[in-house]
Design a protein around this ligand. Structure first.
Ligand code: SF4
Length: 356
């Protein structure tokens, strides 16, 4: 099948350089809290992260952790209030006009809600043709060929029938596969996948994640996979980044982080994964107390201390904590691992094995 040439891809790109480099990123929103009163909500606080070519990095956290904000900033949808995002070495803040349009071809998004993100008044073929038309890619015949290829790749078949179908005629899972096909139409190098399986049936989730992995292997695209589900992150990503209240609290190879979590928040996320074994249906699963605090009122010291079962009184509620290297490719932000305590084993390992 003929490939659509992407003229914005740099032929002499350095493969050792991160494709996406987030550097001390701050994102602050102004929130109205009264008739004439506004407060600053700090959605991201000093986040640094790298995504290399062809790898999947999973960003995991609860609602309000800042994971989606990070993803949106990484594709230039949000303006940082501090720090910067480099894409292939270029600061996104310096892009304007045609250079920004060219960047959009290289970085695309898959959205969480397959019902809101697909135009109900466009057929599947029209949905897939839109990005090609906006960016002036191919002639009519080439676009048709590319659309049919994309539908076949995401298994929306028979292709001719599906091309003329309307979104209301297909299921939520099929809509999400259409969203994936649309994101790949311009053959991007980077995909921000924002909870792509959280709103589809359980039966479609594994299929969509498998499909994403398959397409990544075929196209070599880098993926920032944002999810609240550490189990799917373990099986979809090479690296896991755990976020809490706008900060990275733990980072490492996916298998290591899940088998040997260090930060108490990561341990709690792993402990909350449901057990498919009926014999364990009555087993007690620890639950984190309370809700994440408001990003308008970030607690002093370690932001996790009001909910942390391992908090050290007089330390965690006073002393700020920094993300530090604690082992090969492992970083954690926790006083328990400061000053050489890094090599000590984690205190608790609630669920060493997450079922597939
Ligand atoms: Fe818990 Fe203290 Fe570590 Fe924060 S720094 S996660 S409060 S032990």
């Amino acid at each position: 099948m003929k490939q659509v040439h992407n003229p914005v891809r740099e032929p002499g790109t350095d493969p050792a350089r991160p494709l996406v480099q987030v550097d001390s990123l701050d994102v602050t929103f102004s929130a109205r809290t009264g008739l004439l009163r506004f407060e600053q909500a700090r959605a991201l606080r000093g986040v640094s992260l790298e995504v290399f070519r062809g790898e999947t990095v999973a960003v995991v956290g609860e609602s309000g952790s800042g994971k989606t904000t990070l993803g949106r900033a990484s594709i230039g949808q949000l303006k940082p209030s501090g720090g910067r995002v480099l894409f292939d070495g270029t600061d996104l803040a310096t892009l304007g006009g045609q250079r920004r349009k060219a960047f959009r071809r290289r970085a695309q998004a898959i959205y969480q809600d397959p019902f809101a993100s697909i135009d109900p008044y466009m057929t599947l073929a029209e949905t897939l043709a839109e990005p090609l038309e906006i960016h002036g890619v191919g002639n009519r015949t080439e676009r048709r060929e590319r659309i049919e290829q994309a539908l076949a790749e995401v298994r929306l078949t028979p292709v001719t029938e599906m091309a003329n179908a309307w979104p209301h005629m297909i299921s939520g899972g099929q809509r999400q596969r259409l969203g994936i096909a649309r994101a790949l139409m311009l053959q991007p190098e980077y995909l921000f996948a924002d909870e792509p399986v959280s709103m589809v049936d359980a039966s479609s989730r594994a299929e969509i994640l498998h499909l994403l992995g398959e397409l990544q292997a075929r196209h070599g695209v880098s993926i920032l996979y944002v999810t609240h589900d550490i189990a799917t992150a373990r099986h979809s990503a090479r690296r896991i980044v755990v976020m809490y209240l706008g900060e990275i609290v733990e980072e490492g190879p996916a298998a290591d982080v899940v088998a040997s979590p260090r930060h108490p928040y990561t341990k709690a996320l792993i402990a909350s994964v449901p057990e498919p074994n009926p014999a364990n249906r009555h087993a007690h699963r620890p639950v984190l107390p309370g809700e994440p605090p408001s990003p308008m009122h970030v607690p002093a010291g370690c932001a996790f201390h009001p909910r942390c079962p391992e908090a050290i009184p007089g330390v965690c509620d006073r002393q700020p904590v920094a993300l530090e290297t604690t082992g090969p490719q492992r970083r954690v932000a926790c006083h328990l691992y400061a000053d050489g305590a890094a090599e000590s084993p984690p205190k608790r390992d609630p669920r060493p094995d997450i079922p597939a």
